[in-house]
Design a protein around this ligand. Sequence first.
Ligand code: NAP
Length: 502
Amino acid sequence: MTAKTLGRNLDILDKYHKYADMAELRVDCLDPDERLLIRRFPEQAGMPVILTIRRDSDGGHFVGGEGARISLMARGLAYAETDRRHNFAYLDIEEDLNVTSLEEAARTFGTRIIRSYHNIKGTDADLPVKIRSMRRSGDEIVKVSVTANSTEDVINLLRAGKECEEQEKILISMGHLGIYSRILSEQFGSFLSYCSAISEPDTPPAAPGQIEVRELASLYRFRNITKATKVYGVTGYPLKATDSPHFFNTVFDMEESNAVYVPFPADSITDFMEIAKELNIEGISVTVPYKEAVIPFLDFQSDEVRTIGACNTLTLTPQGWLGTNTDTKGFSDSLLTFLGRSNFKRQHITVIGAGGAARAVAFELHRLGAKVLILNRTVHKARRLAAPYKFAWGGLDEQGIEKMDKYRDIIIQTTSAGMEGINPDNSSSDPAAMYNFCGREEVMDLVYKPKITAFLKRASNAGCNIQNGYDMLIRQARYQYTQFTGKEFPEHFFSRVQFGET
Ligand code: NAP
């Protein structure tokens, strides 16, 4: 609870009551006058409350002296009642704070001590030693909250948790790279996870990387996650925004399967594969920039992966990691359905781009009998992609665009040029601006955000039929679901399962 007044915190608690099991009152976030009125908060909150007054050096907002902070803690514990629900249930005391009288008072009236350590700069090397040495008496819960500057930092925290399995503790990897430590508390060996009502304008997250309370409870079904829960997820970097958790978790929820799908931002694919082993992850979606880099970690791979050299799906099998590529079938299913066709025989098609997505597209166009021209800004990449299939190729220049005259039944745009957030000035958002649509072309753009790129808009204005990449995205995710679970995608869920913004 990080609002500035107790009243506002209570309003928020009221609104989000059903998503949380306990509350942490961050007294350091309150206005100074409000801090004097904290004693009755547990009774008003109606759920167990942690009393925390975090110093600024530990990532909090309390800038007064230690004497003032201790007095405030004592005020929170004062006049303890025999009905324990009216007292603070937990008191957070930093490991370097030594006030025996405070701790004794807490213990006498059943307030448990959370002995905490924060590192807002990084992750310490000797975590198992730290976790074991922090606890001063048997009923304390040790809290170690350290910042993940790398995926290796998260591995170290996870391993430390396993080494100290017998101990009651809270382990958090702060920041974006450690976001999954807040969802997979069970797997990290944590007693609880902290989250915030971030969607409220005046309640900032209490620490970097915190997840919105409703999202943690409803989307990730945090309360249902146990050690037996099957863990799936998506890895990439920076992986700031991904809609895949929404898609998969909605399906898992509807079919009531004991499974969760988690974002795993990772700054190194090698370290992420260690995380996958430590967390017993059973299926992984792979996105930018690891679709190629992940291949050396595969124990076996599908024909598509071998030919294309890109893998977007990892499935754990008894023989190890199987690598597949669902972009291929996702693409061809989508385009064939759009055109009402069953193959591309006698179709003359231009593919714009020669990156990872274009490789999946070229593979399918060849498999389904198309005659293809590949055009790319960097010409040698177009030549390299075209060669094994004996496709025509060229640059996105006058000469290349002229070649399109013979390959204009279907035009497929696979570059990221028109993608949201890529070209803020919109100057290069249409990668084939020199091409004039005649109006009879069927046009597909793999980009789905925005819904209509500058390229698609121009095609539509000329009278062409157009399709964006959203349908392909859904279809490739459905193939991933089958790959992960060994089951057909439950089609009757389809209308209810959507990626966020389409
Ligand atoms: P990638 O491997 O990084 O390739 C990027 C491609 O875009 C390259 O051909 C690059 O040309 C070209 N490019 C980038 N900016 C350009 C510009 N301003 N003008 C002309 N060409 C430009 O990326 P990718 O994995 O292929 O992804 C490409 C797009 O497809 C992304 O927007 C992605 O979201 C989308 N996609 C959609 C789905 C789906 O399910 N709908 C699936 C996969 C990918 P150079 O070689 O000259 O750099």
